[in-house]
Design a protein around this ligand. Structure first.
Ligand code: DGJ
Length: 563
């Protein structure tokens, strides 16, 4: 009887845990659902070693709550979870869940298993020392690397067993659904060489391109990444053959081979997760292939944008391929990952004052499910810190952001010295969103100080009624109907960013005025309440609405037309 009750308790806990979060596709957009409501991760990832000590967790988590995070991304270390083979210690995981709950935070666990930034440094010492049982990847010249070979079933079994035991413990104990998402491994990728040249790997390579991959490529031909499609067609669009026959004899084909095999490995881990927490969103993260480096110079074969089709084919149980962004060109990287077949989530981004602007941009423009600056515990928790203000704003705005996600009534801009202005059109209304430094009276624009990245979300609530939320932005509203009043911009969308068409209007053209510009707050049900009203100098006597570089605000703007 006792055992029966224990089973029921465990089952209930498991169901509760697995039901607390899931991904849901509605109206062409995928949303993260937590406790049955759409949820956006206003996150931060801990530094790698910051969750290895109870005292650090106790000290850090209250600070994260003060920083307005709603979610913390935390490593789960294989080496500390299974210090001796078969003996598990889940105390750190329990501590993380307890402290998160105590501080009103959700948790995304990062399984630091066989690979962490390519290397196998987080595998337990008993694993590392037994290179006969757990073989290493090798370079072309035969040099063994501190990278467990993805081709070894012993490696996979050991990793999967530990992961499964750990996740079962999480499912049994996290009855309130604190854990909302899982990352499998961390920045997988081959280094020093584009592919593993161990004997196990060579044996696999000799078998040629697997039928499963070829089938996926044929079925998804139209949506393939252009570089993969090109390599395939340049080599005759074969339906089968050796890797070099199908894709050509170069280092990028080696990378395809590795991507498929890393993907298969991760698929096995993902299936283990699905058995335990069927709905839990699962993702893998990638170090970017930037600065003109070649596979093996960058971590080759991770879930990179140009390898997305191979990863999708190999690991269909993984929900999201996610970019870690430490390089310039934020908007370009985002465009590579926000795709019809991939929901955008940024698990790591270099921590900085621009994180708020980046968050506005990816939530409003790409319907991302979240963002998470790295080594978050080292950021400021002052209420005046830019990220703290931005997360505070986004927490309040979340009901409106999630309601408008996937619709044409929401867009966003990211502004900088390189791109100080973007135009969004709403029918006949052209809304020019400019960087705040473009205002003639802001001397910082010309005194040599660097232009910060700024950004804002624009939502249309009703005709002539908008929400502008963000930092460092000036919004000007104009009517761009032709003199006849017939022509429209933005035919392909309600709001439509990027147009730079100009029209100075004429005497016969109705002009747009600002009826009211209010700073507002947003209640959990989306209701707006006025905080203060801006007019006079603050709107340049009715010419524009604006939010200064140092502020993060939600403005409710009502416009009218006049002739
Ligand atoms: C990316 C990794 O995924 C993180 O764990 C960490 O090592 C950072 N790089 C450090 O910059």
């Amino acid at each position: 009887m006792k055992r029966f009750t224990a089973v029921i308790v465990a089952l209930t806990a498991l169901l509760a845990a697995s039901a607390a979060s899931r991904l849901e596709r509605r109206d062409g957009v995928t949303q993260l659902i937590v406790d049955d409501k759409p949820f956006v991760i206003l996150g931060g990832e801990l530094g790698n070693s910051s969750a290895s000590c109870d005292a650090d967790i106790e000290r850090i988590f209250p600070k994260l709550a003060r920083m307005n995070l709603n979610t913390v991304l935390v490593p789960a270390y294989w080496e500390l979870t299974e210090p001796e083979e078969g003996r598990f210690d889940f105390s750190l995981t329990d501590k993380v869940i307890d402290e998160a709950r105590r501080n009103g935070l959700r948790v995304v666990f990062l399984w630091f298993g066989a690979w962490k930034n390519s290397m196998s440094c987080y595998a337990p010492a008993w694993f590392k020392a037994d290179s006969k049982r757990f073989p290493r990847a090798r370079t072309r010249s035969g040099k063994p690397l501190e990278i467990a070979s993805a081709f070894s079933s012993e490696v996979l079994e050991a990793d999967r067993r530990a992961f499964g035991a750990w996740l079962r413990h999480v499912a049994d104990t996290d009855s309130t659904g604190t854990v909302v998402m899982l990352q499998l491994e961390n920045e997988i990728g081959m280094l020093e060489d584009a592919r593993d040249h161990s004997s196990l790997a060579d044996k696999e390579y000799a078998k040629g391109v697997p039928a499963g991959l070829m089938k996926h490529l044929s079925a998804n031909r139209k949506a393939l990444h252009p570089s993969l499609l090109k390599k395939w067609t340049d080599n005759g669009s074969r339906k089968a053959g050796a890797w070099t026959e199908v894709f050509g004899d170069d280092i990028y084909t080696d990378e395809y081979f590795m991507a498929w095999n890393y993907g298969r490995y991760v698929e096995a881990m993902a299936r283990e997760a699905r058995k335990i927490v069927p709905d839990m969103p699962l993702y893998v993260n990638a170090a970017m292939n930037s600065r003109g480096r070649r596979p093996g110079e960058y971590p080759s074969a991770g879930p990179l944008a140009h390898l997305k089709d191979i990863w999708h084919a190999a690991a269909p149980s993984v929900d999201i391929l996610a970019p870690d962004i430490y390089d310039a060109g934020f908007a370009d990287w985002m465009a590579q990952y926000a795709l019809p077949d991939n929901t955008l989530f940024v698990p790591e981004v270099r921590r900085g004052n621009e994180n708020g602007a980046q968050a506005y941009y990816i939530l409003g423009h790409h319907d991302a499910i979240g963002i998470s600056p790295f080594s978050i515990e080292n950021g400021s928790d002052s209420p005046d810190a830019p990220m703290v203000k931005a997360y505070g704003l986004l927490a309040r705005l979340m009901p409106l952001v999630t309601r408008h996600a996937g619709t044409d009534a929401m867009d966003a801009v990211l502004l900088s010295a390189d791109e100080p202005e973007r135009v969004i059109t709403d029918g006949d209304t052209r809304i020019t969103l400019s960087h705040y430094f473009t205002l003639p009276w802001d001397s910082r624009a010309t005194d040599g100080s660097p232009w910060p990245q700024t950004g804002a979300i624009l939502m249309k609530l009703a005709p002539g009624e908008y929400i502008l939320a963000g930092t460092g932005v000036v919004a000007k509203f104009e009517n761009v109907a032709e003199r006849s009043g017939k022509a429209r911009l933005g035919e392909d969308g309600f709001l439509n960013a990027g147009s730079d068409r100009r029209d100075e209007g004429s005497a016969a053209t109705a002009r747009v005025g600002l009826a009211r510009v209010e700073e507002v707050d947003v209640a959990p049900d989306g209701t707006l309440s006025r905080v203060r009203t801006f007019n006079g100098d603050e709107t340049h006597q009715g010419r524009h609405a604006r939010i200064s570089v140092d502020d993060h605000k939600i403005l409710h703007i009502n416009t009218y037309n006049y002739k």
